[in-house]
Design a protein around this ligand. Structure first.
Ligand SMILES: O=C(O)CCC(=O)C(=O)O
Ligand SMILES: [Fe+2]
Length: 325
């Protein structure tokens, strides 16, 4: 259908949201949710269980063990330096710095600029997109990568143990190790938070996502029983979000929740999401111990779920529905 064809390539080169704001431009139509489904900041606060990871592993001995303080300061530095054009993403590529990637002509754009990087395995890194300023950015991100890799392992082992399963039953499906991508999100102040979303409702296509939230500015909301609930700010905590692939491997016991980010007219917001993803060539499926007569298998075997994810997302579908039996 003509109207679902992607826009001509020249149209893909958009201004960043930051540029729109700095130029004082009028709010472009393509950011507006005309169905009235923009953001509401004042929603109930959700309860999030806080887990001390140092109790699950001896490798993290303090609450600051993941290095979130230094990565947060680098994140702020990254946004303030005028170097971003050096690592701009190419027109139809996902990696690099830029505005929301346009996948279809009808897409309502997210009010966010992002730096998207593959961080693991190391031989898949594309260093031309890795900023060298602020100084130490690369070293700190390298360190952070290995801490996130460890957290992925600790969390999946704990999830397995909580279900009386063998520790590695989920990790074995990851293949040799997780593929990890980092998304540095910058949400500039927005003149109409009631009409515009920082990120539209979605569930993550990862195994798990490890989120470092802004220390002061709320914005992330999860949907439960058709109601949006906001995530509290817990300084120094990382938020672990279950992605679609953990839902599949756990045969639906761990649910991949729908979430969104609302914008704010008073304050900008930053966050860092690290997506931990099983190797693309490995098939994932519900683990044996979670499929039996009383718990029938709910999901098919899937491979390269991230590709399936983007195709369905583009068609406005919930990607995990395609994996259901
Ligand atoms: O900015 C946030 O807090 C969350 C962003 C998010 O949901 C994502 O990048 O998938
Ligand atoms: Fe997300």
């Amino acid at each position: 259908m003509a109207e679902s064809a992607p826009p001509a390539k020249t149209q893909w080169l958009q201004k960043t949201v930051q540029e729109l704001v700095i130029n004082g431009e009028e709010l472009p139509e393509k950011y507006i949710h005309k169905d009235g489904d923009g953001g509401v900041l004042d929603v109930p606060l959700m309860e999030v269980p806080v887990v001390d990871l140092s109790l699950l592993t001896s490798s993290l001995t303090s609450r600051r063990g993941a290095g979130e303080t230094s990565i947060r300061s680098k994140l702020l530095g990254l946004l303030s330096v005028g170097e971003k054009q050096k690592y701009s993403r190419e027109v139809d590529e996902i990696e690099g710095y830029g505005n929301d990637m346009i996948l279809s002509a009808q897409q309502i754009l997210d009010w966010t600029d992002r730096l998207y990087l593959t961080i693991y395995p190391e031989d898949q890194r594309r260093l031309k997109f890795w900023p060298e300023i602020p100084q130490d950015f690369r070293d700190i991100l390298h360190d952070y990568t290995f801490k996130m890799k460890m957290i992925n392992e600790v969390v999946f082992k704990a999830m397995a143990r909580s279900l009386n399963l063998e520790d590695n039953c989920f990790l074995d499906q990851y293949g040799k190790g997780p593929t990890m991508t980092a998304r540095f999100n910058y949400y500039p102040k927005c003149p109409r938070p009631d009409l515009v979303l920082g990120v539209k409702p979605h569930a993550d296509g990862s195994g798990i996502t490890i989120l470092l939230q802004d220390k002061e500015v709320e914005g992330l909301q999860f949907q439960k029983d058709n109601q949006w609930n906001k995530v509290p700010i817990i300084p120094e905590a990382l938020l672990i979000n279950v992605g679609d692939q953990a839902e599949i491997m756990s045969n639906g016991i761990f649910k991949s929740p729908v979430h969104r980010v609302v914008t704010n007219s008073e304050r900008e917001r930053i966050s860092l999401a690290v997506f931990c993803i099983p190797e693309s060539e490995k098939e994932i499926q519900p683990v044996d111990g979670l499929v039996n007569k009383s718990q029938p298998r709910l999901y098919k075997k899937v491979k390269n779920y991230v590709d399936i994810y983007f195709q369905s997302y583009q068609q406005g579908k919930r990607p995990i529905d395609g994996a259901k039996i």
